[in-house]
Design a protein around this ligand. Structure first.
Ligand code: SAM
Ligand code: SF4
Length: 458
């Protein structure tokens, strides 16, 4: 299901040459990238473009790419190869082909050289200029780029396409001011820019008006949010204001940086039931030595103090994290410290990655690269250790009852999938029908490492 928010369809198409063709957008990467694409799609819809089901059917074809870990540039060039006249697969004549996101930012003009049929190259820090860039292309300009990262602007859209039927994403802060040595984000997404609280709260009200009950606030360092308007809300205050919007029942947020996690945020989570009891707090490594080389701005002990602060809340809060193994110079002892941190912190879930050197990052040229095979061995050990922790943590929930938002129906009759406030997947049986999008109580009867199973409680 797709939804639109921000302007009534009756207002469309208000500007630009009306009814001028169709677009297709494909996205690679994280939630933030997915949501950027929803906003870019909104800009195109607002200009009168319709949506096409495939690149072959579209007049405008956009690839929005992330280069955090994968060999994203290769993926993009292979997609662009579809339009290479030599391959005779797709015809680029009369099409506007564009590359957006991190790869656009990193590759820049090189894309035009390798794929001369491309007409638009735009990094995420320049999305606010997209309407003007589209106008230039519509007026016949052959090649347009948006590659500046030195900006104070945020990407405000009048219309946003919504691809998730039950959860709406809301970017509250763009870019990043941290300097983690392995990461491309500060280079590709530019400096940190917070949206005004008025603009965010207006968007949340509109989402509630069209029936969304769950919103997820997004930012690379979501909790370093600072309201740039005179109202000056801090992150915890914004969280409460969003949660108090009539109609909103669940507020999630990601990703929090440990150094910016404050007592006010924990207190807000503790006292406002609409704020979900889940915190994603990437640690990256359990070794202070490696954290220092990563420039993560906290030590192992300081990270654990934050965990203790969260565990001291009256309400149990589920904690998940990100971990990188095989960072340059990571010794066996450093890795052991990461394993022991898993035991200590008792995370409810982890995203684990083998270190991947990224272009133009300080870590890419650091001494002591860990061989690929060893990175793989460490990743497998880490995942095995965490699997046991998660199994035990989930088993302790058997017998308890949780409210879930029902997100899917299984092919098997009477089987449903829901998500708890703590962000656990709970598969359950119910004699009732039509539960999709409903909040129901489910009693947990079984637990595995990655999900729970249960039955609807009446
Ligand atoms: N801003 C967030 C943070 O500070 O944790 C998330 C950044 S990134 C989108 C998500 C995760 O990708 C990071 O937390 C990190 O674990 C991983 N990551 C980033 N760069 C990486 C690299 N060069 N190699 C492996 N993993 C990486
Ligand atoms: Fe990258 Fe670090 Fe910023 Fe996260 S906080 S986006 S890992 S530089």
């Amino acid at each position: 299901m797709e939804a639109l928010t921000g302007a009534s369809p009756a207002m469309m198409p208000p500007s630009g040459p009306a009814g001028q063709g169709t677009f297709y957008i494909e996205t690679f990467g994280c939630q933030m990238n997915d949501h950027d694409s929803e906003k870019v799609a909104g800009v195109l819809l607002r200009r009168g473009y319709g949506q096409a089901a495939s690149p072959a059917d579209a007049q405008v074809v956009l690839y929005n790419t992330c280069s955090i870990r994968e060999k994203a540039a290769q993926k993009v060039y292979s997609r662009l190869g579809l339009f290479n006249p030599k391959n005779n697969l797709l015809d680029a004549t009369d099409k506007i082909i564009g590359i957006l996101g991190c790869v656009a930012q990193q590759e820049g003009q090189r894309i035009f050289e390798r794929a001369p049929w491309v007409s638009l190259v735009c990094g995420s820090a320049s999305y606010s200029k997209l309407p003007a860039m589209l106008e230039q292309i519509e007026a016949g300009e052959r090649r347009v780029t948006g590659l500046e990262t030195d900006t104070e602007e945020t990407f405000e859209t009048e219309l946003t396409r919504r691809d998730h039927p039950l959860r709406a994403y809301v970017t509250i802060i763009e870019g990043c001011d941290k300097t983690c040595t392995y990461c491309v984000v500060p280079r590709t997404r530019g400096p940190e820019r917070s949206r005004t609280s008025a603009s965010i709260l207006r968007e949340v009200r509109e989402l509630a008006d069209v029936g969304y009950t769950e919103v997820q606030l997004l930012g690379q360092t979501v909790n370093s949010y600072r309201d740039p308007s005179s109202r000056g809300l801090r992150f915890a205050e914004l969280l409460v204001a969003v949660a108090e919007t009539p109609g909103i029942r669940r507020v999630r947020f990601t990703t929090s940086h440990p150094s910016d996690l404050d007592a006010a945020t924990i207190a807000a989570m503790d006292s406002v039931p609409q704020i979900c009891d889940h915190l994603h707090l990437p640690v990256q490594s359990g070794s202070t030595r490696v954290l220092r080389a990563m420039q993560r701005t906290y030590t192992r002990e300081e990270y654990m103090q934050k965990i203790e602060m969260v565990r001291a809340a009256r309400r149990p809060i589920s904690i998940t994290t990100d971990i990188i193994v095989g960072f340059p110079g990571e010794t066996e002892e450093d890795f052991e410290e990461t394993l022991s941190l898993l035991d200590l912190a008792q995370f409810d879930g982890i995203f684990s990655f083998r270190y991947s050197p990224r272009p133009h990052t300080p870590a890419a040229t650091m001494a002591g690269p860990v061989p690929e095979e060893e990175r793989g061995r460490r990743l497998a050990l880490l995942q095995e250790r965490q699997r046991a922790i998660q199994t035990a943590r989930n088993e302790s929930l058997v017998g308890q009852t949780f409210e879930v938002l029902v997100e899917g129906a299984s092919r098997r009759e009477n089987q449903w999938t829901g998500r708890t406030s703590s962000n656990r997947t709970l598969n359950f049986t119910s004699p009732r029908s039509g539960l999709l999008g409903e909040y129901v109580l489910v009693r947990v009867t079984q637990a595995g490492p990655n999900s729970l199973a249960g039955e609807q409680a009446f």
